[in-house]
Design a protein around this ligand. Structure first.
Ligand code: PMP
Length: 355
């Protein structure tokens, strides 16, 4: 078959493993350990299957109005996608010129690079400093679009708001701030995106993490009206299905539930980070629902494999900046305890006692 050259040459994004074993301790894809709000379950039960005869609202007006209200934005400044991954894919088409370039920090969410390759766009990476903290990307080599994950993944580090704000104000192209994990940090730049004078900054959120709805596939973004309008032009007619619109609205009707789960998750995250540091691991301060941790004694790849054998799934990203660490999702206190117990038997000094 004839396949476009850029796709033939593509190394696809590899999502985390979804183990078949129901007893697995799954700390590898940053899903929420707790169920979505009971209001979501109630809306699902009340959903009338016969309503599926009709196409969904292509402009998801009810959902958009509610999102706008929550963020103090105008509805014209809100776009909703089939997961935030769809918004990233659209952004790559809408904000990057043919033959143009996108850019991001490195390491960051590796899907960005794949989406740029699918678009046939150039891709520039601005290396993060040793501690994964902020560095000013300048004009990122003249890129049309800068993808800025905050807090970053897989590093878990939150960039200071003032630095992000300064960068957005000076960057000539579009800045898309991917706030997939912001609810676990308590910090946001959504107000920058919603501000009337904003010319180039889009803030993106997902229901997949803090709202416990990764299986539903809903994400949204806020930005300048002309940018949002451009996303509408490029989207599929019915990109967010009727059930997803209904259940996302129900989730937004119970923000206290989401916030309570985010707080519980953050407490497990901080406990896990503290205990691993006590054992000699290097763990940067995390503002997300995961940690990015370097084992004290054995190579990360070995610890990853040993955990997997014990039915505990974490994520390992081979590569020069990431290969010596594991990304571990903050699950329930029981899951964290299982992880810490298993590590006591795996991350041990050569020939030495367990930690
Ligand atoms: N951005 C980041 C940084 C992520 O880690 C993820 C989840 N893999 C996404 C976006 C995509 O989330 P979703 O498509 O589920 O909304």
């Amino acid at each position: 078959m004839k396949i476009a050259g850029n796709i033939a040459a593509l190394s696809p994004y590899v999502p985390g493993e979804q183990p078949k074993d129901a007893g697995a301790v799954k700390l590898n894809t940053n899903e929420n350990a707790y169920p979505p709000s009971p209001k979501v379950a109630a809306a699902l039960r009340a959903f009338d299957a016969s309503a599926l005869r009709r196409y969904p609202d292509p402009e998801f007006r009810a959902l958009r109005a509610r999102i706008a209200e929550i963020h103090g934005a105008r509805p014209e400044c809100v776009f909703v996608g089939n997961g935030s991954d769809e918004i990233l894919s659209l952004a790559m088409r809408v904000f990057v010129e043919d033959g143009g370039a996108a850019a991001s920090f490195s390491p960051t969410y590796s899907l960005y690079r794949t989406l740029a390759a699918i678009r046939g766009a150039k891709y520039a990476e601005v290396p993060l400093p040793e501690d994964f903290g902020w560095t000013d990307p300048g004009d990122a080599g003249g890129a049309d679009l800068f993808l800025l994950t905050n807090p970053n993944a897989p590093t878990s580090v939150l960039y200071p708001r003032a630095a992000v704000e300064r960068f957005c104000a000076s960057f000539p192209g579009t800045v898309l701030i991917d706030e997939a994990y912001a609810d676990f940090s308590g910090a946001t730049c959504a107000d920058i995106a919603a501000a009337p004078g904003n010319r180039n900054t889009i803030v993106m959120r997902t229901f997949s993490k803090s709202f416990s709805l990764a299986g539903l596939r809903v994400g949204y973004c806020i930005g300048p009206e002309d940018g949002i309008e451009a996303l509408y032009k490029a989207k599929d007619s019915y990109n967010v299905d009727a059930l997803a619109q209904t259940l996302a609205l129900a989730a937004l009707d119970d923000l206290p539930w989401m916030r309570a789960n985010a707080r519980r998750t953050a407490a497990v995250r901080d406990m896990m980070a503290g205990e691993l540091r006590r054992r000699g691991w290097d763990v940067p301060d995390s503002a997300a629902n995961f940690i990015f941790a370097r084992p004290a004694h054995r190579p990360a790849a070995e610890v990853f494999a040993a955990l997997r054998e014990r039915g505990i799934y974490v994520r390992h990203f081979p590569g020069p900046r990431t290969g010596d660490r594991l990304r571990i999702t903050a699950g329930t206190p029981d899951e964290a305890a299982a992880l810490l117990a298993a590590l006591a038997g795996t991350d041990v000094p050569p020939g030495g006692p367990s930690v």
